[in-house]
Write a protein that binds this ligand. Structure first.
Ligand SMILES: [Fe+2]
Length: 213
């Protein structure tokens, strides 16, 4: 869609039409019950076994939190978000299902090197604790790294994007999108929950890319 957009370029001279092609979507959902659910999640995670380190983030040894009775209410809400995502973008599959989910724990020294989530279509990160250290997403267009570079005060030349990371927010992103976290000063412990999602049921039905899982 080509839009008449002037706010993207407030310093421009002329009104113009802008096509934002090949968009990469981060979709955020605010958990309406995050206060009580996050409190409960933290209580469970404080007793949970995590990887010993020394690398951060420490991650739960249980990587199927989506099947745990203690987290049922939370994952019921996540599944509602996934169904909304499926419908929003009219995906041709019966459902989006969570295949793996784990929690991440870090202190202010915690940094997570840049990575993607293999064997997954869609991934999510949910911000549990009060320390909203953001997930930072990296521009996946590696073609932009060669050729001329011209500094710009617009978003045109940004190579990273700081995702929304408020407590109680779930951010869904394409699993191929590189992302990382940085060490930042804060008190206490940062908890997040990560999840990977694949299409379920009849996918791409009636086409040569059809599959069923
Ligand atoms: Fe990740």
């Amino acid at each position: 869609m080509i839009e008449n957009v002037s706010e993207d370029n407030p310093r421009g001279l002329l009104v113009k039409k802008v096509a934002k092609i090949f968009p990469t979507y981060l979709i955020g959902y605010d958990n309406p019950n995050y206060v009580e659910q996050n409190k409960h999640i933290i209580e469970v995670l404080e007793k949970e076994a995590f990887t010993p380190g020394p690398q951060q983030p420490w991650q739960t040894l249980d990587n199927h939190l989506e099947n745990r009775a203690e987290f049922k209410e939370f994952f019921d809400w996540v599944r509602t978000c996934l169904e909304d995502y499926r419908r929003t973008f009219s995906y041709h599959c019966d459902e989006f299902k969570i295949v793996i989910s784990w929690a991440n724990k870090a202190d202010q020294n915690g940094a997570h090197r840049m990575h993607v989530h293999p064997n997954s279509f869609l991934s999510g990160v949910y911000y549990v604790s009060e320390n909203p250290t953001p997930t930072i997403f990296e521009d996946p267009r590696y073609q932009t790294r060669s050729g001329f570079t011209v500094a710009s005060h617009s978003k045109m030349e940004d190579s990273v994007f700081y995702g929304p990371a408020e407590q109680g927010t779930l951010v869904l992103f394409p699993s191929w999108l590189p992302h990382f976290t940085e060490a930042m000063p804060f008190e206490g412990t940062r908890y997040t929950i990560s999840l990977n999602v694949v299409p379920g049921g009849a996918t791409n039905k009636g086409s040569l890319t059809e599959f069923n899982y």
